[in-house]
Design a protein around this ligand. Sequence first.
Ligand code: SF4
Ligand code: SF4
Ligand code: SF4
Ligand code: FES
Length: 753
Amino acid sequence: MVTVKIDGKEVQVAPNTLILDAAKEAGVSIPTLCHDSRLNPFGACRVCLVEQVGNPKLQAACTTPVTDKMEIITRSDKLSRVRKTAIELLLINHPLDCPVCDKGGECTLQDLTYEVGVTKVRFDAKPNDTPVDHTNPFIERDIDRCVLCGRCVRICDEVVNIQAISFLNRGTDTIIGTSFEQPWNCEYCGQCISVCPVGSLNNRIYLFKNRPWNLDRVKSVCGLCSCGCTVDIDFEGNEVFRMKESPEEGINHGYMCAKGRFGFEFINSKKRETEAVVKAGGESRQVSFSEAVDVAVEKLKKVKDTAGADAIAVVVSPRLTNEEAFLAGKLAKDVLGTSNLFSAETNEVYPEATLEEVENSDCVAVLNVDVTESNPILGLAVRHAARMGTAPLAVFYPGFTALRRVSKTFVTGTPDEVRAAMEGYAAAVAGASNEYSALAAKLTNAERPVVVFDPYNKADVKIAQDIKKACAKVKVVPAKAKNNSVGIVDMGFGAKCPSEFAAGLESGKFKAVVVLGENLSARSVWTKSAGKAAGLELLLVTDPFMSESAAAANVYIPVATFAEKDGSFTNLEGRVQSIAKAVDKGVFTDACVVSAIAKGLGKELPSGVCAVRSAIEKEVPLYAGINWDGGVVSYPYVFAGEVAATDGKAKGKGKFFLYPASLRLHSGSFTRWSPDLAKVYGEPVLEIGVEDAKELGIKSADRVKVKGEGFEGEFLVEIEKKVSKGCIALPEDFVATAGIFCNGKSLKADIVK
Ligand code: SF4
Ligand code: SF4
Ligand code: SF4
Ligand code: FES
C-alpha cells in the first residue's frame, strides 16, 4: 500500500491507484468529463486536472497513478481558472441550445459549466451547424454537440467490441463517425448513448418526448431476457418514457441491449387490451374482470366434477414473477387438485456459473448458441473474458457470430458438422486423442473454465453434460431464454415435459386449461396442438395483448406487464432479483387473476408480495432464506439426471440445412408488439449466405418459399456473409416459424423461388 494526501486527507491505497480513485477513497470528488471507470484511462478533456505538491505540472487525475507520499490538491484558484478555461474551450463551437437539447437537465457539460462558473462566451467563434444524422434507427447523432471525449468510441471498442464508430479526421476537423461515413449498422445496444456526457448521441425512442425533471423513476429488472439487467424505468403518470441503464449497477454493470433499451414501447402500446372477453355460443362479449373470473370458476368446477382434476392443466409463461408462478402452482395443486403444471421450460438443467465467473474465466467454450444475440449481457461477459481477460475462447456455431472477433477458435460449418465437432471436442475433454485434443487441453488446463450452451437443444445438453462429467471444474451456463425461465421451474413448472401437455391436448385428456401469459402458437413444442386448445370446455388465457392463444380463448383476461407489478425474477445465473411497479395501465396482474379464481373456488391464497414470499420460503426449499434482492439460489446439481443420447442430425430432406437463428431485437413475445423494434425487424427473415444466394439468383428483400418435411412458408430474404454455405436460418419464436422448428432444431429444407 502507498500513502497519499488528498486535500489534506491521508489515505492508503494500492500502488498504481489512479489519483481519481484515491481521491474517492478520501471522500474527495474531482470533476470529470471523459472518464468512465469501466473504460481504460483516456485523459482527453483535462477537466480533472489537479495540483501535485512539488510538481509544477498539473496532472490529469483520471490517468495519473499515485506514488507513495504524494500530496494532491484538487481545489485551488489556479485549478478553478484552468477548469473554467477547459470548459470555455469546449463551448467555443458547441451550440448553446440547451433548452431544445434532449440532454438538457442531465448533461455533464451543462453541469460543469455551472460548476466552474462560465457565465458568458469570451470567444466569438460561430457554433457549428452540421445536419443531424438519423441513419441509425435508434440513435440520433449531432456531431456539433460532441466534446470528443471518446467515451462512445471506447465503449463500442472495449466493451461491445464492435468498433462501429471511431474518431475520423485530425485536429480541429476531428469528428465521431462511422468508417468512411458508411450507414451506421451495428448491434444497436445503445451503450454509446449511455456514456455520451452531452446531447451528441441521443435515444431516438425518447427524443423530444419529455424532460428528465418531469420523470419519476423506479429501479427494476428488465423483463425481456434471462440476463436480468438492472434498469431504471422512467415514467410520468402511467406512461413509461424510457428504460435505461442504472449507471454501473447490477450484474449488467450498467450495460443493456437493444431489446431492453429500445423495446419498452409495448408497455404503452395502444394495441394492449383493457377489457376481459368471454365467448359463448359463437359470440364474444366484453365483460368485467369479476364476470370473467366467475365464468372461469364455473367451468373449472364443472370439468373437475365431470372429468376429474386430471382433466385440468395450468400453463405459465416465464413472464410471470416467481410470486405469481408460485401462486399458480398453489391454484393447480392445492385448489384444483391437479398435478398438470406446465411451462415451455424443463428442470433438466440448472444454472451454475455466475456472470462474474464468466467474466473472470480463463477459458470459455460456447457451444452452438449465438449468445451475443440471445443473451446479450452474457455475450458481453464472454467478450470480456476473451478480450480483457484474454481467456482463450472456442465457439462452435453453424455461422459466424459477433464472437468471431474475440475467439481463438471458431468452428463453423453445417449444423451436422458443428455437432460432430462438438462431440469430438467433448470426447477430447474426456481424454480421447483427436483433432480437438489441443483445444480441449486449454479447457482442462484452465483454472476457471466455463462452457455456455443451449439448454433447449437436447443434443447440446448431452454434450455439455459429457464435458462437465469429464472435467468437474468446468462451470456451465445454460443460456436460458426468458426473463423468468429459471424461476418458474423453481416454482414447480418444469417437472413435466412440455410435450406431455401437447399430448394431453391432442388426446383430449385436458378439458380445461388455464394459460397464464403464454402464447401456445409461438412455442415450437406446442404450436401444432394449439388449435386443439380452442375447442376446450375452458381455455382461459391471460396476456397484455390479444395474442393468437388469447384470441382462441373462451375466457380472456388482459394483464399487466413487468413494469406494472412488484415481485421477482430469477435470472440465468439463478440470481433472484426484485422488480418494482412503475405504472398502472388499469389491468390486473396474473397474481390477481390466480387469487380471484382460487377465491371463487373457496380458497384464499396468500396476498401481497411479502406474504407470498414468506410462503415460498416455507414451501420451496431452494428459496428458504433467499435474499430477494440479488441472492443466488444454490442448486443441488446442474443436470437433473443422465441426459439421453439424442440423434442431433438434421431431420428431413432438402438442399439446405435450416437452423434457428437468435435475434438481438426480438424474443418473439412482448417484443413483437414494440413498434420501434418492428421498424428494424418486423417479421421473421430468412438468412442465406452470399454464395448460395448468388447461385439461386436470390437478392436481399426477395420473398422465397422454404419447404421441408411437414412445413412450408414464405419469407423475406436477407443475404448474410456470416451464414455458412449450404445453410439457411430463421428465428424460432415467431408464430410463422414455431411450426417449422417443432420438427427439430436442425432440419433439411429447400428454397423454392
Ligand atoms: S449502439 Fe452499441 S454497437 Fe452501436 S455504436 Fe453504439 S455502442 Fe457501438
Ligand atoms: S459523441 Fe458523445 S461520447 Fe462520443 S466523443 Fe462525442 S461527446 Fe463523447
Ligand atoms: S440483455 Fe436481456 S435483460 Fe438485459 S437489457 Fe437486454 S433483454 Fe433486457
Ligand atoms: S476526466 Fe480526466 S482528462 Fe477527462
